[in-house]
Design a protein around this ligand. Structure first.
Ligand SMILES: Nc1ncnc2c1ncn2[C@@H]1O[C@H](COP(=O)(O)OP(=O)(O)O)[C@@H](O)[C@H]1O
Ligand SMILES: [Mg+2]
Length: 346
């Protein structure tokens, strides 16, 4: 018997005052010799306080570039277009319009929006102690009391479950196990009480037991701080556990969006269905075999204006699927699907 993953119960309905980030028609393109690589191609979504948005999709679908775009850390020659309205205390800033190097963007990055990565070693320097790096994260944002910074570093290391935090604070990251390093990176991300946390495949490099612990930790911190979380993962079980809403990305587009229950219990887009059938526990009926999705995502260089999934789709119909990229259709309140099967019906 394959256990059904638990699906998180939706929290109280979202309100406009909980709206933290509005991403509108985000496009992140890389001009390469081969042509224009459209890593993210016109996506829109909202991020709310006290809510976790899961982002799923196979490798190469544009999840990490979405995260990099929000923080304005897309490597060259990437160009980010579109609106990213960041709301704070009655004020709205369009991150999309900020110079990545500007004072304002630096203040947002790390201070208001923090990020944790798959590989903690890339976030830490090997030549400074864990404590000094946590304190540095604090100083960068102009909070200058050393004793206070150190106390906060110890408090956070303790909060994320590092035993003997007052001693470990003076160790180097190579002295920590993989799981402890991941906890230390989460502590670093939380130093400045960010209002939004972006976690990009935070548990992929860890073994299963440690993965579960880190997921519980993220969930607890989110609940305690009321922060918004953008949780990027190809692990649908983890997303089911942690997220309230899910965006399914395919080749730079959001092809399905809704609450966890809507998307994972009642998937509509053929890509979501295929994704769920490819892993144990979801969309799996007794007697069915797990099916891997044939073909691969490919690289979206000068992609034609058409459904990006058509070449791999079980439901492909030449009479229906020949046109341009299908528009997103609301199939039930809050549940959107960009597939011609639904477009034709509406
Ligand atoms: N720095 C870069 N330069 C050029 N292409 C990139 C760069 N980063 C990502 N890409 C391309 O953008 C697409 C999306 O990548 P990515 O966001 O990393 O996918 P995911 O995180 O969903 O696995 C891929 O086709 C990838 O090859
Ligand atoms: Mg990625």
């Amino acid at each position: 018997m394959i256990p059904q993953p638990q699906v998180r119960h939706d929290q109280a309905p979202v309100t406009e005052s909980d709206l933290l980030l509005q991403v509108r028609d985000l496009r992140t393109y890389f001009r390469l010799d081969e042509g224009m690589l459209k890593a993210v191609d016109g996506i829109s979504f909202n991020v709310y306080r006290n809510r976790v948005l899961g982002m799923v999709g196979e490798s190469g679908c544009g999840k990490s570039v979405t995260a990099q775009s929000i923080l304005q850390i897309v490597p060259k020659p990437g160009v980010v277009q579109g609106e990213m309205l960041w709301h704070r205390d009655g004020q709205t800033v369009d991150i999309g319009g900020l110079d990545p190097e500007s004072e304002e963007m630096r203040a947002i990055r790390g201070n208001e929006i923090a990020m944790i990565f798959q590989e903690p070693m890339t976030a830490f320097s090997p030549v400074h102690t864990v404590g000094n790096q946590l304190m540095e994260a604090y100083f960068v944002h102009g909070k200058l009391d050393e004793a206070e910074a150190r106390a906060r570093a110890v408090e956070l290391l303790d909060l994320v479950g590092i035993p003997a935090a007052d001693r470990r604070v003076d160790e180097y990251t190579f002295q920590l196990s993989g799981g402890m390093r991941q906890r230390a990176m989460i502590a670093m991300a939380m130093m400045n009480r960010p209002r939004m946390l972006i976690a990009d495949e935070p548990t992929t490099a860890l073994d299963v037991t440690i993965q579960a612990q880190i997921l519980r930790l993220i969930r607890r911190l989110q609940a305690e701080t009321g922060a918004a979380v953008l949780f990027i993962s190809h692990n649908l079980g983890a997303v089911a556990n942690l997220a309230n809403d899910v965006a399914v990305m395919y080749r730079g587009k959001i092809v399905e969006f809704g609450t966890v229950r809507q998307v994972l219990k009642n998937p509509q887009h053929p890509y979501t269905v295929a994704l769920l059938q490819s892993i144990p526990g979801f969309g799996y009926r007794r007697g069915d075999r797990l099916q891997s999705i044939r073909g691969s995502v490919g690289v979206p260089i000068d992609p034609p204006d058409e459904c990006p999934f058509r070449g791999r789709c079980d439901r492909f119909d030449p009479a229906l699927c020949g046109g341009s990229m299908p528009a997103s259709v609301e199939v039930e309140p809050g549940h959107q699907v960009a597939c011609v099967l639904y477009e034709a019906r509406s």
